[in-house]
Design a binder for this molecule. Sequence first.
Ligand code: NAD
Ligand code: MG
Length: 385
Amino acid sequence: MKKLAILGSTGSIGVSTLEIAAAHPDKFEVVALTAGNNLDLLKKQIEQFSPKMVAVITEESAKKLRKMLGLKKPEIFHGVEGLITAASANDASMVVAAIVGSAGLVPTVAAIKAGKDIALANKETLVAAGHLVMDLVKRHGVELYPVDSEHSAVFQSLQGHKYENVRRIILTASGGPFLDYPLDKLSGVAVSDALSHPNWSMGQKITIDSATMMNKGLEIIEAKWLFGMPPDRIDVVIHPQSIIHSMVEYIDGCVIAQLGVPDMKAPIAYALTYPERVATGVKPLDLTDMNTLTFLKPDYDRFPALRLAYRSMTGGESLPAVMNAANEVAVEAFLTGKIKFTEIVAYIEKTMDSHQPHSLNSIEEVLHADKWSREKTRGLIGGGK
Ligand code: NAD
Ligand code: MG
């Protein structure tokens, strides 16, 4: 029986994780849940899974949830301390890190320090603090399993092979909703257009990241840390159908790929049960259903976020953390109508340009760089359009 603590249980990944847990009650017990503002859904999850503890962001939410539940159990914690408590819950053997953004960093680090294996969806943790997190993973002897579909595909394509025989990693990218959109009209796209991803149903932030392709940029950095691969051996190929989830090329020219219909339940389940596999309810792949699978080189003019991501990896330890935080602020500004779509990446670049990169020797220093970047980007954006 695997005992799960799920951080971000009301999100897209959290909900899919709970669907897998519900389908295999003989394999999983849910011992802790954390969530942000969706208390109605959290209440339903508590009633279905009876976790021993939950954590929410504010004290006010904690009180409200207690009232809504009308019971003494489970224990309810709040704030960052509450997240840390849930992430290091005594009886959890695995923590699913599915909070969005760098808010996931501190609880994920707490889980690693408490000796928990991690199923990592929260890529921002590795983007902001990859070297420190990977060091902690080693020091505490825990396993870090990728949930991100591309990284799960790479992880699966590496099974049974020798690392020294890998030539490169090829991450696939759908290209998002604006792959063929007229470049000169991109600045005027509506929030609703940017939120309609052709293949995947995901949380808002990652959906916008997919439209700018900052998501792929973050994933290159994630791959660098997860697989110890230098950036010049991580390539991106646009594959609009999202059937091949990523590939590994070996020195003999053989390429191993992982395929499947786009449904996060497959990579989530693999992270939860590795090296076993379980039924997920994911629709079987029928290749004869597809007319064609196509592949394109990424266009850096259309997707300048990719260039920023490569730049961040060679620009000093703090630069990826700064890029990541600037992205979070800019995406939020776009979602609330303060800036245009094309300004997301422009503001990130401005923040990166005004940053003096430095080394990051502790999580506190990462949080400091993150905070600096948020304030800088907010200042640059100012009052609005
Ligand atoms: P989401 O927005 O749907 O859910 C985020 C969850 O985190 C929610 O439960 C929310 O309440 C909680 N949360 C948000 N801000 C918080 C904060 N400040 N403190 C504590 N909790 C907070 O996001 P998602 O799409 O499920 O993505 C989660 C993570 O997984 C992201 O890092 C994303 O990049 C990654 N990911 C998602 C997908 C996907 O298909 N959705 C695929 C690959 C990777
Ligand atoms: Mg992905």
